[in-house]
Design a protein around this ligand. Structure first.
Ligand SMILES: Cc1cc2nc3c(=O)[nH]c(=O)nc-3n(C[C@H](O)[C@H](O)[C@H](O)COP(=O)(O)O)c2cc1C
Length: 234
């Protein structure tokens, strides 16, 4: 998805003359097509999240998820965006039940997610309340487990809890599936460790970088799930 188009320099007037002094001659200056309304931006955010969940090379596919421990210590890590649903106002990722982040989420369910698409030059920050869903009891998580491939399932067969200390570098995989994928039957053993983190979004913060001025907006969901939107100074 492209947001920038090449535009004749004279359209920029004074600001481009200023940029000309900063940049080598061969740099091609482009003008950004900003989304024209808050509604357009809101649509764009959810469209990007939806596309990213299904597209490996999308800039939003690997967000940073930040949580806070009970003693207030922040922790951030990359996760794979697995799903986004505008109507349900949630985004999801998958993790191991034994991971430290799950313990943190149990204590303090607020999470922050940061997405950046370098091509679109769009950053989205989302604040979400996370639920940890177990496929043994939750149909949504069960469906997510059924949608995983054998390579993903193998990760959940790890004999030790993620982040536990070990004496030497370790892939934390059962010996018999180190060099091959598990069979369907073998991989089923991983389900006990599989969890879906489902974050219900409370607000979204949007930043679009552009040579001719950045654009920023915020969307806060009210009690009815309606987005209350406003422009912000970048
Ligand atoms: C590209 C990439 C994708 C990752 N995806 C996930 C993921 O979807 N879920 C997950 O739990 N960890 C994922 N990780 C590992 C986490 O970043 C982190 O190292 C691990 O989950 C331990 O985090 P914790 O100690 O805070 O629980 C990913 C790491 C990278 C580099």
């Amino acid at each position: 998805m492209a947001y920038e188009t090449a535009t004749p320099r004279r359209k920029f007037g004074r600001s481009i003359r200023y940029l000309d002094r900063q940049m080598p001659k061969e740099v091609r200056i482009t003008m950004t097509q900003h989304p024209t309304s808050l509604d357009d931006i809101h649509d764009q955010i959810w469209r990007m999240l939806d596309e990213a969940a299904a597209t490996r090379h999308h800039g939003f596919h690997l967000p940073t998820l930040a949580t806070v421990s009970k003693n207030g210590e922040p922790a951030a890590r990359i996760v794979v965006l697995r799903g986004a649903d505008r109507a349900g106002r949630y985004i999801t990722c998958h993790t191991d039940a034994r991971a430290p982040k799950v313990v943190q989420i149990d204590g303090q369910s607020l999470s922050a997610w940061v997405f950046y698409d370098a091509e679109a030059r769009v950053q989205v920050r989302a604040l979400g309340r996370v639920a940890v869903l177990d496929p043994a009891v939750d149909p949504f998580a069960r469906e997510a487990w059924q949608g995983t491939n054998l390579s993903s399932r193998r990760c959940y067969m790890a004999p030790s809890a993620p982040s536990s200390k070990c004496d030497a570098p370790s892939p934390n995989l059962p010996e018999n599936v180190r060099d091959r994928l598990p069979t369907e039957a073998e991989a089923q053993a991983g389900m006990v460790n599989f969890r879906v983190l489902k974050a219900t979004i409370e607000n979204l913060d949007y930043l679009h970088l552009a040579h001719d001025g950045h654009i920023r907006a915020r969307f806060v969901y009210d009690g009815n799930g309606e987005a209350v939107s406003t422009w912000l100074e970048p």
